[in-house]
Design a protein around this ligand. Structure first.
Ligand code: PEP
Ligand code: MN
Length: 332
C-alpha cells in the first residue's frame, strides 16, 4: 500500500482480495512507514485482479520463492522488536547465555545471575529436553517452570526456553519471553503453529538436515499463525564430516540475511559439541554478521547432566561477551 494509505484503504483492498479469491491466506504486515498485504496462494490470480489501479496500492509484487511471509520483500527494512527493555532484530547484536538445562533450582539461578552480571541480554535454560535417547535426563519438565520464573525475577532479563510438546505451550508461554523451537522440532508444523499463537517471539532453530528454504518455510508457519517476531538460528547441520558434533554453516548467515527480513542468530555450542571449539566459532559468527548468539554456559560444566562436553564455564562469560562486542564494533 502507498505510505499515505488509510486503515480504510487497507481494509478495502483486503476485502476485495478475500471476496474474489477466498482461498488466499491474507495477512497485514505493518511496517514503520507502510502496510504490506501478504496474499499467499495464487500469484497469477492476484496479478490478474489488477489491484495496481487502486489509487492506494503502491505495487503488486509477486514473491517467487517457496517461502513468502519470511521473504525479505515483505519487510524490506528488516524485522525489529522489543524483548524486555531492549530492541532485537536484523542489524542489532544480542546475546543469550545460560545453562543447557535446569538441573536444579539453585545452580540454574546461580549460572543465570553470573551470565546477567557479565552483560548477557537474555538467559537460556531448558526444562523440556528433546534427548536422542529416551534413557537420558529429559529435564525437570513443568517442575522447572518455577525456576524460569525465578531467573526472570532475579536477573530482570528475558528468559528463553524450549517448547517440545504442544500440550505445554500455554504454561511455558506464560513464563518465558522467547519460545525456543529446537532443531529436532523444526518440521513439527503443528508445534510451529502452536508456538506462533502464544504472543511471544519465537527462536526457531534450523533442523539437523534442513535446507535454508525449508527453515524459511518453517518460519512461515509461525508468522502465518500470527507471530511476526521470529528469530532464526543456525546451529550446525549434518555433513559427511564427523570431527565436530555438527558442521556449523556460517555461510548460512549472510545467505539468510539476503533472503529474509528476520534476524539470524548462531548457536556455536550445539554445532561444536566440544567446549574447546565454542569460543572461536562464536567469534566467527559475530564476524560474519550474525544478529546474535545463543551459547551454553553453566557453573560446573564437567558434571552437567546434559551437554557436558560443550557447555562453557560461566566464569568465562564476561571475557567472552567483551570479545564479541569488540568484534561486532570492528565490523560495524
Ligand atoms: C538446545 O538449545 O538446548 C538444543 C537442544 O539445541 P538444538 O535444538 O539446536 O539441538
Ligand atoms: Mn544443550
Amino acid at each position: 500500500m502507498k505510505s499515505g494509505a488509510s486503515a480504510e484503504d487497507v481494509r478495502r483492498v483486503q476485502e476485495r482480495l478475500a471476496k474474489e479469491l477466498p482461498h488466499l491466506h491474507l495477512q497485514n504486515i505493518e511496517g514503520q512507514e507502510l502496510t504490506i498485504i501478504a496474499a499467499v496462494g495464487d500469484a497469477r490470480a492476484v496479478a490478474e485482479l489488477g489491484l495496481q489501479s487502486d489509487p492506494s496500492v503502491d505495487r503488486v509484487v509477486p514473491i517467487d520463492q517457496s517461502y513468502k511471509l519470511a521473504a525479505r520483500q515483505t519487510r524490506p527494512e528488516g524485522t525489529r522488536f522489543l524483548v524486555g527493555q531492549r530492541e532485537w532484530g536484523q542489524g542489532i547484536f544480542r546475546t543469550i547465555l545460560g545453562p543447557c538445562t535446569v538441573e536444579n533450582h539453585e545452580s540454574a539461578l546461580r549460572a543465570a545471575q553470573i551470565c546477567a552480571d557479565a552483560g548477557a541480554d537474555a538467559i537460556r535454560a531448558g526444562i523440556f529436553k528433546p534427548r536422542t535417547s529416551p534413557f537420558s535426563f529429559q529435564g525437570p519438565g513443568r517442575e522447572g517452570l518455577q525456576t524460569l520464573r525465578a531467573i526472570r525475577e532475579a536477573t530482570g532479563l528475558p528468559v528463553v526456553s524450549e517448547l517440545v510438546a504442544a500440550e505445554d505451550a500455554e504454561v511455558l508461554g506464560e513464563v518465558v519471553d522467547i519460545v525456543q523451537i529446537g532443531a529436532r522440532s523444526m518440521q513439527n508444523y503443528h508445534l510451529l503453529r502452536e508456538a506462533g499463537r502464544l504472543g511471544k517471539p519465537v527462536l526457531l532453530k534450523r533442523g539437523l538436515s534442513a535446507t535454508l528454504d525449508e527453515l524459511l518455510q518453517a518460519a512461515d508457519y509461525v508468522v502465518g499463525a500470527g507471530e511476526e517476531r521470529v528469530i532464526l538460528c543456525e546451529r550446525g547441520i549434518r555433513t559427511f564430516d564427523q570431527s565436530s558434533r555438527f558442521t556449523l554453516d556460517l555461510g548460512s548467515v549472510p545467505v539468510l540475511q539476503e533472503k529474509t527480513h528476520l534476524p539470524v542468530f548462531v548457536d556455536p555450542s550445539h554445532a561444536a559439541g566440544r567446549r574447546s571449539l565454542v569460543p572461536r566459532l562464536a567469534q566467527a559468527a559475530v564476524a560474519v554478521g550474525a544478529d546474535g548468539l545463543i551459547v551454553e554456559a553453566t557453573t560446573d560444566p564437567d558434571h552437567a547432566r546434559c551437554d557436558a562436553d560443550q557447555q562453557l564455564d560461566v566464569g568465562d562469560a564476561e571475557h567472552l561477551l567483551k570479545q564479541w562486542h569488540a568484534i561486532r564494533e570492528a565490523i560495524a
